[in-house]
Design a protein around this ligand. Structure first.
Ligand code: CP3
Length: 357
């Protein structure tokens, strides 16, 4: 940063931003806010740019990735950008034939169910995802003091898509493999963990200020099974970033019973969905980690008075945590009015503003 003038706070770039400070449990000027799926279908400018470009292709074009990632930053004034990509991008780069089908999600041509299938998941390096490396570098240059969040899917959530062949409500085939052939299960998760770690390292090396590990579907498991079948693999990913020095956010949905374990896996920040109040979550997670969350995305469809009340409640409950990053409990719903998102950002900033020291 440049030398501080008298009375002016020193600008330390994204590492000194309200978002990164909250992740590190350091005080800041206000509670930072960003939204999962802030780049996406709630924005008309996103729908326009994506009109004739398939999802995976858009993730492989650095010009489009850069523009789409910046759209919600410009529009909403959020405290962080999240890289536009998808959790299946590195798995496709690892050699698995898959597509992202509009309205459905990831669909895998030949589901992964045998030892031979697991061998089809190749290790990846920077050259396999050079478009991500390039997009992150372009974004870091554009964003200035605004931090960029990198991300990847956690082994369990990726394994579910690979084994089921697509989205699943019950994760039945995934669990059948996990319980029926634990050795194969661990081999699959170990492969996916290496792909995820390599993908995150590319993003860190290119300059992201934080990473989020999405284990969206981990809430399908009991705590005992999570600890036995999943935690070691996610912990391997998170520990592999120890030297990187960037905050690690660990997120899942329906994880009330798993919050402690997800923190222990090696997170600096634990993502919480709307089912668990942040003060309760903080008791489960402990004093050594910040929390992120946790407005129900459906509340954004309610009258503004309701939204405002819920935002106030979440900020109050978040004061119990040693650090709070405001977010939704899951991704923005496509039918959300983007003006409501912009108002939420302003409201969070206004209600949480702390006088300069
Ligand atoms: O703004 C952001 O959060 C960054 C972009 C992002 C996308 N996917 C873009 C996307 C992120 C972080 C993801 C992660 C992701 N992808 C997860 C974990 C987060 C979560 O929501 O739990 C999961 C489970 C996926 C798999 C996936 N990809 C699903 C379930 C879907 C939705 C399918 C649909 O059409 O309803 C996708 C597609 C996808 N990923 C879209 C976007 C913007 C929609 C694609 C489109 O515009 O047609």
């Amino acid at each position: 940063g440049t030398a501080a003038r008298d009375g002016e706070p020193r600008s330390g770039g994204p590492a000194d931003s309200p978002f990164v400070r909250a992740c590190r449990r350091e005080p800041g000027p206000h509670t930072p806010v960003w939204f999962m799926r802030q780049a996406g279908r709630s924005l008309p400018e996103y729908r326009e740019i994506r009109a004739n470009v398939p999802m995976l292709e858009s993730c492989r074009r650095p010009d489009l990735v850069t523009e789409i990632t910046l759209q919600p930053v410009r529009r909403h004034g959020v405290d962080a950008a999240i890289l536009f990509s998808d959790i299946v991008v590195p798995v496709a780069a690892a050699g698995i034939d898959l597509d992202i089908v509009p309205g459905t999600g990831p669909v895998v041509a030949e589901p992964v169910r045998t030892a031979v299938d697991v061998e089809r998941i190749n290790p990846i390096g920077r050259d396999d995802v050079s478009y991500v490396d390039e997009a992150v570098r372009l974004l870091v240059a554009e964003l200035g003091d605004t931090p960029l969040i990198g991300f990847a899917g956690a082994p369990f959530t990726l394994a579910s898509y690979m084994v089921e062949g697509g989205p699943s409500r019950t994760h039945a085939k995934t669990k059948a493999l996990m319980y029926g052939d634990p050795e194969l299960w661990h081999a699959l998760c170990a492969r996916l963990a290496e792909v995820t770690l390599a993908f995150l390292r590319v993003q860190v090396d290119a300059g992201v200020s934080a990473v989020q590990l999405f284990d969206s579907w981990a809430g399908a498991l009991s705590e005992a099974d999570y600890r036995r079948y999943v935690l070691p693999h996610s912990a391997h990913v998170l520990a592999g970033l120890n030297e990187a020095g960037v905050p690690r956010i660990h997120f899942g949905v329906g994880t009330a019973e798993l919050l402690g374990a997800m923190g222990e896996a090696g997170a600096d920040v634990v993502g919480v969905d709307w089912r668990t109040p942040l003060d309760v979550a903080t008791r489960r997670i402990g004093p050594d980690r910040a929390v992120q969350g946790n407005l129900d995305p459906a509340v954004l469809l309610a009258p503004w008075e309701v939204v405002e009340g819920q935002v106030r409640r979440i900020l109050d409950q978040g004061r119990a945590a040693p650090g709070h990053v405001f977010n939704l409990g899951h991704g923005v719903l496509p039918e959300t009015d983007p003006e409501v998102l912009t108002r939420v950002v302003a409201l969070v900033h206004e209600l949480s503003a702390r006088p300069a020291a």
